[in-house]
Design a protein around this ligand. Structure first.
Ligand SMILES: *Cc1c(COP(=O)(O)O)cnc(C)c1O
Length: 385
């Protein structure tokens, strides 16, 4: 690449002076750990997704860990999930001493295939952990029907799905209401709303929300703000084993600004995704992303299935050499060394194919139509390799 200026990254967080001001406000206040900003962020987030409770934590990984603990996952239990996800999905199950039972995905949506759930349910199955991969809602209607039949809780890994929507009883609703039992979000910079690192847990069950709030703060029986603001000397206690999974007020203040930007960024991503589709639709053998009529993606990623003759790594290298970052398809946890001892019960051909034959193109709020045209032009060239 000749000109460093023109490098197009795979993603880029959208933030500016508003976030800087918000963080300054927190620093000047003198209170920087979990406090009033976290409480305000939780309320605003709950309002946005339509959830009864929202509890902020340090990441989506810690959110998933606490969500699994809340529904009662214990050592030796089994949780049905996908291998085809960021490794944190499966890892969170193992933090509970439980085992992930991997099932395959639908090739068109890259999401859990509901038709494969029932055949792996048996006496040790305790929950279903489904993923809204790349921001596209999974088929919750079908998953919940099965879960209800077997009385299994459903946890939604909504790491990528902030602002994504699902058609529910004839109404468009935000992911995270939640439609399952608990939903977990990520605020990592690769997602649409970032706090550097951070996460949120939403649920309508007050008992779980209360429990999760204890766990995130060392199992301590009162929040710091209460002790700090008290005119009387009070002693805290630690009745249960907890963790330090808190979000800071610095992060929450940034999150509140990011939440304000979210509707606009989703609108822009939908525009850019649609434009990619238009620009790429004539390419023979290329499979474009699909959105079922009941789902509204936030387009966290734009994932293409390459024509059969194409070599994924060569396409990616060709584009990188011309200043355009791409990523391969979503990874499969079961292929990683740390999962060598937990082989899938059945082969996962669609998950593996998606990892090996897909690429993600750059998509971010500040991307211009000229950037997009350049990505498409170089991508077209790469297919001729
Ligand atoms: C990013 C991601 C996570 C992990 O989120 P962190 O906030 O980085 O812990 C979990 N699951 C999926 C599907 C993700 O994309």
């Amino acid at each position: 690449m000749s000109n460093k200026e023109s490098f197009i990254p795979i993603a880029k967080p959208w933030m500016d002076e508003q976030e800087v001001q918000a963080i300054q406000r927190v620093i000047r206040s003198g209170w920087v750990t979990q406090g009033p900003e976290v409480a305000a962020f939780e309320q605003e987030f709950a309002g946005y997704v339509g959830a009864k409770h929202a509890c902020a934590v340090s990441s989506c990984t810690t959110a998933l860990h606490l969500a699994l603990l809340a529904v009662g996952i214990r050592p030796g239990d089994e949780v049905i999930t996908v291998s085809h996800s960021f490794i944190a999905t499966a890892n969170s199950v193992r933090y509970c001493g439980a085992n992930p039972v991997f099932i395959d995905i639908q090739p068109a949506t890259f999401n859990i295939d509901p038709l494969l759930v029932e055949e792996v349910i048996h006496e040790r199955t305790r929950a279903i952990l489904c993923v809204h991969q790349m921001g596209l809602p999974c088929d919750l209607n079908s998953i919940l029907a099965i879960a209800h039949r077997y009385s299994l809780p459903v946890i939604e890994d909504a790491a990528c799905a902030v602002g994504s929507e699902i058609l529910w009883d004839g109404q468009w609703e935000k992911i995270g209401k939640p439609h399952g039992d608990i939903a977990c979000f990520s605020f990592h910079p690769r997602k649409l709303l970032t706090t550097g690192d951070g996460g949120m847990i939403t649920t309508s069950k007050s008992e779980w929300d209360r429990q999760i709030r204890f766990w995130r703060h060392h199992g301590m029986n009162m929040p710091d703000t209460l002790r700090h603001g008290s005119a009387e000397v009070i002693f805290e206690s630690y009745p249960i084993l907890g963790y330090n999974y808190r979000l800071t007020d610095i992060q929450a203040a940034m999150g509140r600004e990011q939440l304000k930007r979210l509707p606009e960024t989703i609108q822009q991503r939908r525009f850019l995704a649609k434009r990619y589709m238009e620009l790429l639709k004539d390419l023979a053998g290329l499979r474009l992303p699909e959105e079922p009529p009941w789902s509204g993606s936030n387009w966290q990623s734009f994932c293409l299935r390459l024509p059969d003759h194409c070599n994924q790594r060569r396409v990616m290298q060709f584009m990188l050499d011309r200043g355009i970052a791409t990523r391969r398809g979503i990874m499969c946890a079961h292929r990683e060394g740390t999962y060598a001892g937990i082989p899938p019960l059945k082969p996962l051909p669609e998950s593996e194919k998606a990892q090996d034959h897909c690429i993600l193109l750059p998509l971010f709020h500040q991307m211009t139509e000229a950037d997009q045209d350049r990505v498409v032009a170089v991508f077209r060239e790469s297919l001729l390799l």
